[in-house]
Design a protein around this ligand. Structure first.
Ligand code: G3D
Ligand code: MG
Length: 311
């Protein structure tokens, strides 16, 4: 599971998000909106599955009796974001149970007035009760239905370093001839309990100034170097440090010394010196990888996963 969203119907504003768990779901406003909109098309208490291009969702629509709503009830939608590899049907029973808990909570309808009357202590209390229910639900889900977190990774490096090949290798476990990335490739894959979204930004000269746009919201940086072209290390160093200066210090940096399968490939120590990695003031790690053979990739993403677990 990637997260939970509760949508409800506000008399004035229409369908909107009441709360999410965890708080920091990595969705765009538009994606939230698309989920909220499901409320406008379902009119019967029911479980249903909806596939968006950004995620699968398992949903439950229900109506909670309400003394405050004009129609005598609050319309609510509980949506579980799940990865494409999970079976959404698994969520039917857990969701029914959650709905039953919500319905059994006295006066829970008041929680849905949180944004209009948050100064009312009864409303704030009910909102907190609902939040706690959702939190408990999320935390009690057995590992088999897997709890996941969406994490954005920013993959950068000079052109031809192997960024596209590496992200393809990790996300689809394939290696194939690539064509130069013109603008941006987005790759999704699961690793342990994380759903990674990798932005592989074009490394060619004319695109470099756009890199910084994708830094926003990324939780780790991955710098790819072609370890078989030492003549380009000085250029790589400049680009690396440019990005480091515009990203905040807390982001861990993983350096991939790629193309380890090639004869002229240098040792990690050479890269550390050439990129001045010892001057870094953040947590970092270097791994020799090959998108071609798959070497080093598990080690690399394990390290990222470990870093993220600590945050
Ligand atoms: P980029 O996205 O960083 O620009 P690409 O780089 O993934 O497009 O890769 C550039 C070239 O390097 C490609 O060659 C690709 O096949 C090759 N490459 C990437 N990773 C490796 C690797 O680990 N080992 C070897 N031997 N080659 C790799 P072509 O010839 O298709 O342009
Ligand atoms: Mg590319």
């Amino acid at each position: 599971m990637l997260g939970i969203i509760i949508s409800y119907f506000d008399m004035i504003e229409g369908s909107k998000t009441l709360l999410t768990y965890p708080d920091n779901l990595a969705l765009t406003e538009n994606q939230f909106h698309q989920i909220n909109k499901l409320l406008d098309v379902i009119f019967e208490k029911s479980f249903f599955i909806h596939r968006f291009d950004f995620s699968n969702t398992a949903n439950y629509y229900t109506e909670i009796p309400s003394k405050w709503a004009r129609g005598g009830h609050e319309s609510i939608l509980i949506s579980i974001l799940i990865s494409f590899t999970e079976n959404p049907e698994n969520w039917k029973e857990p969701l029914e149970e959650l709905i039953a808990h919500i319905e059994q909570t006295p006066d829970i309808y008041k929680a849905f007035y949180y944004f209009t009357s948050s100064s009312d202590p009864k409303v704030a209390k009910k909102f907190q009760e609902l939040k706690d229910l959702i939190k408990n639900f999320y935390e009690s889900i057995p590992e088999t239905i897997t709890i996941q977190r969406i994490v954005k990774l920013f993959i950068f490096g000079l052109d031809r370093a192997g960024k596209t090949s590496l992200t393809k290798r990790v996300s689809e476990n394939i290696y194939e001839q690539t064509s130069p990335t013109l603008w941006l490739n987005v790759h999704n894959f699961q690793f342990q309990n994380f759903q990674f979204v990798c932005f592989d930004v074009g490394g060619q000269q004319q695109f470099r100034s756009f890199w910084t746009n994708y830094l926003h919201n990324s939780e780790a940086l991955i710098f790819v170097v072609d370890g078989s072209t030492p003549e380009r290390f000085p250029e790589a160093k400049i680009e690396l440090w440019k990005i480091l200066q515009s990203s905040h210090n807390g982001l861990p940096l993983l350096v991939l010394n790629n193309k380890a399968d090639l004869a002229g490939h240098v040792k990690n120590e050479k890269i550390i010196a050439a990129l001045a990695l010892n001057n870094l003031n953040r947590s970092w790690h270097i791994v020799a990888t090959s998108a071609k053979s798959g070497q080093g990739i598990n080690e690399a993403f394990n390290w990222v996963a470990e870093q993220l677990k600590r945050r």
